[in-house]
Design a protein around this ligand. Sequence first.
Ligand SMILES: Cc1cc2nc3c(=O)[nH]c(=O)nc-3n(C[C@H](O)[C@H](O)[C@H](O)COP(=O)(O)OP(=O)(O)OC[C@H]3O[C@@H](n4cnc5c(N)ncnc54)[C@H](O)[C@@H]3O)c2cc1C
Length: 282
Amino acid sequence: MSVEDGPDYATVSLRDGSVHQADMVIAADGFRSEVRGRLLPEVKLEYVGYIAWRGLVDEMSLSEPTRDALLFEKFAFWLPPHEQILGYPVAGQSNSTMPSERRYNRATSEDVDLPDLLTDATGKRWIGGIPPTLIRPDVLADMEEAANTLLAPQFAEVVTKAKQALFQPIFDLEVPKMAFGRIALLGDAAFVARPHCGMDVIKAAGDAMALTAALTSDSDVRRALAEYSRVRTQVGAAIVQHARHLGAYMQAQLRNETDRVMAERYRTPEAVMRETAVSARF
Ligand SMILES: Cc1cc2nc3c(=O)[nH]c(=O)nc-3n(C[C@H](O)[C@H](O)[C@H](O)COP(=O)(O)OP(=O)(O)OC[C@H]3O[C@@H](n4cnc5c(N)ncnc54)[C@H](O)[C@@H]3O)c2cc1C
């Protein structure tokens, strides 16, 4: 696939040999964006040194003391040194919020040997992300053992009862601009923030709204995309930076003085709970 800007239209050439021309091309192709790779080959996903395990548990499969202690209506945290787990209720299979059908969602972050975790039982390494069903049993067993050792018993129960754990390597990604003539990047294709802010879906939606607004107020596509880029590049960079600061205390290797200061600032439970998934400043 290739994409090219031009004075009258942008051109996309696909692998099947077809060529498409359009007034503009919006690349909303996610964090491994091929279009971004073409336009900004020097911009790379930066693995930050830790992963997030994620899992879902049916509310009614948890013991009563755990259901009560986890305060199902609330956002619950447990913060061992350099790690964190947080959990919250989400709708059940049929999108139901009835207690009998709700599920509990948890995410826990820890420092790991990523290449080893991405290797399945046959020895194949899934560089782009391992399918959850291929995560090795010993990796899952280590994760559960860590949960039993490090976490409050209620959270340990949630971790060990989750049906299909998966993990997400955490990346930072920033582009210097989001528009290239008639081509624009949107959402994760442009900026990937660590999950601590809980802002990624909102960021993509905000990009889409800003793009619509820019195209509505200026019929010149190039100017409209340039304005969109001007506004949203600042927002994306601010979100990535804030999420990086929030996550600094989980990194074993702090890269610079700013990381060290931020790790210290967001080390306390009060600071973590005050800032996690809070979007007011953006
Ligand atoms: C496990 C996990 C949990 C998450 N939880 C949260 C959360 O709780 N809150 C939150 O805000 N964010 C969360 N995120 C992040 C959130 O999912 C992303 O930030 C968001 O989906 C980005 O939206 P997007 O439209 O930019 O990209 P995506 O949702 O990644 O969509 C990109 C789309 O482009 C398609 N695509 C890619 N390449 C091509 C191609 N060459 N041709 C055609 N199609 C292509 C992909 O198949 C995909 O459908 C989570 C992410 C993960 C992985």
